[in-house]
Design a binder for this molecule. Structure first.
Ligand SMILES: *[C@@H]1O[C@H](CO)[C@@H](O)[C@H](O)[C@H]1NC(C)=O
Length: 323
């Protein structure tokens, strides 16, 4: 029995080993379909202290499933936060990190719902090169904003020697230097692009029935598109994506940056944290949120029902490659 499995394993390896011949018009091939019941085969639950200092308690898989904060029903993945308990030590939530590491590719997240634009919340869909101390292997923030924001912020974080021009994207370049310690930029800002659409994050996305976010990472650039439900490109719906036909992305990161050295071995992450380095640090400057409670942690601890809409509901997550 052992030798039979070994034989099958060897056979699979042999079948899998020939690399596809490079072609002039390389098209994307689905390499990981992290959808429905397969979702869990792609991700681990990160349950350590939040590296971004959030007022959060990340659950392991057993606890997340026992508390119904991670469910898969009819091929739909739902990732929620605690919305019933007063939580003086941080609100229970989930942070998922892909088992596989990626270098370049096309990452497509089709969601029905994402955490709403809610005071205290800081949801994110992002990639992180974690093998070296942050940010030596880079970070790519695909979906991210805090508190009452409805505009998506797309950001790269790197070590020194990487900056962008922003040419080619529709969004507004907020900061150009991707180096987290760059002079003349807020600490850890990185290079950031704000979507041109004020309905690209949180509540308005949910009101539209969700949509599809796609991040293309090539040797030349990193680009992000968002297509609201009803405007999703046909090739994406068909599962044969060709970003060259999609028109200008929401953000296009290119310029004076060697992507192959600044972005290495990235895992894919999905999480919802609270307060911390971003949502917490801007709490007092948000008039809506600061009117609710003196501090972000105070609000998040004592208002569980406010987070009933702080969930991701995912139709599919697909990773494509042409290399
Ligand atoms: C991806 O996985 C989902 C869920 O299992 C499945 O319904 C779908 O057919 C898969 N897509 C492809 C192209 O394999």
């Amino acid at each position: 029995m052992y030798s039979t499995s070994l034989l099958i394993f060897t056979l699979l390896l042999t079948l899998a080993s020939p690399a596809p011949a490079p072609s002039a018009t390389a098209s994307y091939t689905l390499i990981d379909n992290c959808s429905g019941a397969s979702f869990l085969s792609c991700f681990d639950f990160f349950s350590s202290a939040d590296p971004t200092h959030g007022f959060v308690h990340y659950l392991n898989q057993a606890d997340a499933q026992a508390q119904n904060l991670f469910t898969i029903t009819d091929d739909t993945v739902k990732i929620s936060v605690d919305s019933t308990n007063i939580t003086p030590d941080g609100r229970a939530s989930v942070r998922l990190q892909s088992k596989k590491l990626y270098n370049r590719g096309l990452f497509v997240l089709d969601l029905v719902h994402m955490p709403a634009s809610t005071c205290g919340s800081w949801p994110s869909f992002w990639t992180l090169g974690s093998a070296k101390p942050w940010p030596e292997n880079g970070e790519i923030d695909i979906i991210e904003a805090v508190n009452t924001d409805t505009t998506n912020h797309m950001t790269l974080h790197t070590s020194d020697g990487c900056s962008i021009t922003g040419a080619g994207g529709q969004g507004r370049v907020v900061t150009q230097n991707c180096f987290v310690g760059a002079a003349g930029q807020p600490a850890n800002a990185g290079c950031g692009v704000e979507s041109a659409s004020a309905a690209s994050f949180g509540s308005p996305v949910n009101a539209a029935g969700g949509g599809v976010y796609a991040m293309e990472w090539t040797a030349e650039r990193i680009a992000v598109w968002f297509f609201p439900r009803g405007s999703v490109m046909g090739d994406l719906v068909a599962g044969t994506p060709d970003p060259s036909t999609w028109g200008p992305p929401d953000a296009s990161f290119q310029g004076d940056c060697d992507l192959s050295t600044h972005f290495v071995d990235h895992s894919l992450l999905i999480d919802t944290t609270f307060c911390g380095d971003w949502a917490g640090s801007v709490w007092s400057s948000n008039p809506i949120c600061s009117a609710l409670a003196p501090t972000c942690a105070d609000y998040v601890a004592n208002n569980p029902a406010a987070f009933a809409e702080s969930y991701w509901q995912i139709n599919s997550l697909k990773i494509f490659s042409q290399w």
